[in-house]
Design a protein around this ligand. Sequence first.
Ligand code: FES
Length: 137
Amino acid sequence: AERDAHAAPIRAELARSLRGRRFLDLLYRPAPQFLAPPADETIVCRCEEVTAGQIRDTARRLGVTGPNQMKAFLRCGMGPCQGRLCGPTVVELIAQERGVSAEETGYYRLRPPVKPVTLSELAALPPTDAAVKAVVR
Ligand code: FES
C-alpha cells in the first residue's frame, strides 16, 4: 500500500504525459518501407552498421525470436543511441520473418542510463555515503 501511494503521483504524471499518444502514433505512423526496408543492403542500425539483410538472415537461419536476442548476434541496438533509431525497424523485420506481429515480437529491454552519459558527467555527480562505501575498503 505504501509503494502504491508513492507511485500514485508518478503514475498520474505518466498518464498525463501519454494522453494522446495513440493518436500521435496513428497520425505519424512511419512508412512501411521505413519500418521494413525491401532492399537487403539498407543499413538499419547505423551505430553498429547492421543491414536489413543481416537481420532477416539471422532471424531466419538462427530462429531469433526478438530484438534482445538479435543484439547478441549482431549488436544492433547496442550502439550509442541504444536502439532509438533502429528499434522499430529491427522489430518489424524480425516480426515479418517470423510471420508474427510486432507486439508479439517485443521491443528492446530498456535499461538505465536511458540516454548516453559521459564519464565526466558521472564523475561530476555529488558523492553519496553509499557511493563512497562502494569503493572504500
Ligand atoms: S542505430 Fe542501432 S543502436 Fe543506434
